[in-house]
Design a protein around this ligand. Structure first.
Ligand code: GDP
Ligand code: GDP
Length: 455
């Protein structure tokens, strides 16, 4: 009950107004004991003092609404995350990586009195890969004597190190001014990989399921000739087709149209092409033919699509060839072999006659909408609070792992992170995933639920 109340109330300070955009996110990372939590408390100032009145609550939180000079931002505190001694470097770097994924900018905190340690180095390696702004903080610079220690941090190659004493507040205002300079007005975490333009579709399936026929049927007179280059004979790799009043980009169609007759390694190339198409696409249409038994190759291609994290639509082609016996068999196949993708919209079509070809666009729209979807943190935690109250995690050895907080770390596809006090049983995680789908939809997109455990 207490947990439910906590989860429901936890998010009161966050504003998830889509119109205005989400507050920019600042993550504080660094190895244990450099003073991250102290710095978080310092930045939150008075607001945090209120939270501290409730013992235990403070340490349980991960994301905090913060403010400086009238600007709101969200602070991600990685301070309380626990690590086991085994593989600690790896774990620390992983945690930091998650924080960076969530963030628009990163504060990398180093203990200036200790200097750069091996663990700082492991984090650095990861941080160097991100394009997001990183601000280097030399903490515990309590007085001027430590400033020379801070200056040695220039050597890290992360730009100017900021001398700060989280404990005494020294340098914190300057640091916050700097943070405001690098943070965008609204969070851009959502939109960084949005490339715009027509939505990109990969039409995939084993040879002879009818990809080329479907493409022809869809294109018909709707083919959009984009930017024709005079005098070139080069095949366009992608095809632009107008469907439902919008232009869609079918990626890598050249491979579909140019029928390859390769005796050897055909499977390998087909699989490579499928993966390349998926890589470029936002949504996959996996074509299956109803006149033949679902083959191993069909299943493999489907698996590639699922693993690619793209939105997914299943299209059952050659419906004109379906007879009653085959229909019964197909239903069984769907139940048995496709149970793990019951979340994908299914359309029955005939590429040959064009039957139901207009059903494809609504299915694509549904899948892409789910793929793009973002559940506001407040709603997610209200959902988790209710769920946990009604169905607590089963006791395990007298202990009960608790969910402290959840957030949707990213979309396209949606990925959720739950911060917990212990490992959740796989069954319980599946239960949460199922309820997420029941509550929020997500038809046509894979979703991922992961945990961050605080022991
Ligand atoms: P975290 O594990 O990175 O979150 O580190 P904590 O915030 O828990 O701090 C670790 C220790 O360093 C605590 O004992 C803090 O009191 C101490 N500490 C944090 N900031 C400062 C600082 O600016 N100066 C000094 N002298 N000690 C600090
Ligand atoms: P691809 O290898 O996946 O591109 O498949 P094709 O489009 O070349 O189709 C393979 C064969 O299936 C061809 O003989 C098509 O005419 C046939 N075919 C494709 N779609 C249908 C359909 O909906 N109904 C029927 N009866 N045949 C189809």
């Amino acid at each position: 009950e207490e947990d439910a109340a906590l989860l429901a109330g936890l998010d009161a300070g966050f504003e998830d107004d889509d119109e205005a955009g989400l507050d920019p996110v600042l993550a504080i990372v660094g190895r244990p004991n450099v003073g991250k939590s102290t710095l978080v408390n310092r930045i939150l100032g008075r607001r945090e003092a209120v939270v501290e009145d409730t013992p235990g609550v403070t340490r349980d939180r991960v994301m905090y609404p913060a403010e400086w000079n009238g600007r709101n931002f969200t602070l991600v505190d990685t301070g309380g995350w626990e690590f086991d001694a085994k593989g600690i470097h790896q774990r620390v770097a992983e945690q930091a990586e998650l924080a960076v994924e969530l963030a628009d900018a990163v504060l990398f905190v180093v203990d200036a009195t200790v200097g750069v340690t091996a663990m700082d180095e492991s984090m650095m390696k990861m941080l160097r890969r991100t394009k997001k702004p990183i601000i280097l903080v030399g903490n515990k610079a309590d007085d001027q004597r430590t400033d020379s220690d801070v200056a040695t941090l220039w050597g890290l190659g992360l730009g100017e190190p900021w001398a700060v004493s989280a404990q005494h507040g020294r340098g914190v205002a300057d640091l916050l001014d700097r943070i405001m300079e690098v943070l965008p007005e609204f969070s851009e975490v959502e939109t960084t990989d949005r490339r715009g333009g027509p939505r990109r579709v990969a039409l995939i399936g084993r040879p002879n399921v009818g990809k080329s026929s479907l493409l022809n049927k869809l294109a018909g007179s709707n083919r959009v000739v984009v930017d024709p280059l005079a005098g070139t004979t080069r095949d366009p790799v992608d095809e632009f087709i107008e469907l439902g009043d919008r232009t869609w980009r079918f990626v890598d169609t050249a491979g579909i149209r140019r029928r390859q007759h390769m005796a050897q390694g055909a499977d390998f190339y087909a699989s490579l092409r499928t993966q390349a198409a998926l890589e470029k696409a936002e949504v996959a249409v996996v074509l299956l033919a109803v006149d033949e038994v679902l083959s191993e190759q069909d299943v493999r291609i489907l698996q590639l699509a699922i693993e690619s994290g793209r939105a997914l639509v299943l299209a059952f082609n050659k419906w004109d060839l379906l007879d009653d016996e085959r229909r019964r068999y197909l239903e069984r196949e769907i139940e048995q072999d496709l149970a793990h993708v019951e979340w994908a919209p299914r359309v029955n079509i005939s590429a040959k006659t064009g039957w139901h070809k207009d059903r494809l666009v609504p299915a694509l729209d549904t899948a892409l909408e789910s793929w793009d979807k973002r559940i506001p943190t407040g709603r997610l935690n209200a959902f988790l609070g209710e769920l946990v109250a009604a169905h607590p995690h089963p006791l395990r050895g007298g202990k009960q792992p608790r969910i402290l907080f959840g957030t949707q770390a990213s979309s396209r596809p949606p990925k959720f992170v739950l911060f917990t006090t212990g490992f959740l049983d796989p069954g319980y995680r599946r239960f949460i995933t199922r309820r997420l789908r029941e509550t929020f939809g997500f038809e046509g997109t894979p979703i991922e639920v992961s945990m961050r455990v605080r022991e």
